[in-house]
Design a binder for this molecule. Structure first.
Ligand code: ACO
Length: 275
């Protein structure tokens, strides 16, 4: 019997360093329930120290990435319970949907294979990169059923979408497709459905080829520096660069400089040093 924390609302398959993490409630269009939140939190926690996982791809089983928060679990079922119980239900989503995901130790790619509504924007945006089927359907549908984009959705969209676009979709609840999501910067790229997995695999393999310590430090440095002013960022990034050299067991900086300046065997502008 496996000790893996996934297997019910979350499925995980490993393939050459890629952990394909699938939300698995296809009958409910992968709406994110309290149970799914707990399983995803435990799954992320376990994969962070699992050597089979070098990159996470987050996607959904069936025709949806995710239809957002499970409205039964998080709205109907929390009406009439105490504030504390309601807060505990909401808190169950925070680690996996954003707090843990933003600062996750391994690179993350969201692969949007279909419906993506409301609360699903949070993990989508908090993954490092995102690719979608160009025919996928996105929507900030909250206004359509009488609530605001809460949780942390309004904050999340403000980090990737321009204000005019974000406000338009917050206020109208209109749907848009993968191509539009790419144009607005919500995702990196949209591809035809039959190329989605192949392109995602290709991108994951590029990341797997990089020095994992430097890649982790680069991701974190970007995510923290963007909220600092220039002076703070300069100090922080200088210290972070020194720390990266210090903690990198591969000594990437040393090899990179030597192979370029002394051996003249590669050019960083064209590609990576030989690891
Ligand atoms: N919460 C709870 N149950 C859901 C959700 C959801 N977010 N989305 C779908 N389901 C359930 C449906 O109630 C239905 O359950 P049932 O079989 O017990 O009746 C089942 O999943 C299948 O859904 P259908 O609506 O029948 O599927 P269809 O393919 O026709 O439509 C679509 C898919 C467009 C995604 C539709 O289900 C939908 O509009 N879902 C809600 C989207 C949404 O607004 N999400 C909330 C965003 S706001 C937030 O996250 C806080």
């Amino acid at each position: 019997m496996s000790n893996d924390p996934w297997g019910q609302d979350v499925l995980v398959d490993f393939e050459d360093g890629i952990a394909w993490v699938q939300l698995n409630r296809p009958d409910k269009r992968n709406a994110m329930s309290v149970g799914l939140a707990r399983e995803m939190s435990a799954t992320l926690d376990a994969l962070e120290v699992d050597d089979r996982c070098g990159v996470i791809v987050l996607t959904g089983v069936g025709e949806a990435f995710s239809a957002g928060m499970d409205l039964k679990d998080f709205f109907r079922a929390t009406d009439g319970v105490s504030d504390v119980e309601r807060m505990r239900a909401y808190r169950s989503t925070r680690y996996w949907q954003w707090r843990g995901l933003i600062h996750y130790a391994k690179p993350t790619i969201a692969m949007v294979n279909g419906w993506c509504f409301g609360g699903a924007f949070t993990p989508l945006i908090c993954c490092d990169l995102a690719i979608a089927d160009e025919g996928a359907t996105f929507g900030l549908s909250e206004i359509n059923w009488g609530v605001i984009p809460g949780g942390v959705v309004s904050k999340a969209i403000s980090t990737v979408m321009g204000d005019r676009k974000a406000m338009y979709y917050v206020m109208t609840g209109e749907k848009f497709d993968g191509r539009k999501a790419e144009e607005m910067g919500l995702i990196n790229e949209a591809v035809p459905a039959d190329q989605l997995r192949a392109r995602t695999t290709e991108l994951a393999k590029i990341l797997l080829g990089k020095n994992p310590t430097v890649l982790r430090q680069a991701r974190m440095a970007y995510k923290y520096a963007r909220y600092m002013d220039w002076e703070q960022a300069a100090e922080y990034l200088t210290a972070k660069a020194d720390q990266t050299t210090f903690v990198d067991p591969e000594k990437g900086r040393e090899h990179g400089l030597k192979q370029f300046l002394d051996d003249k065997t590669y050019r960083p502008g064209h590609g990576s040093y030989v690891r």
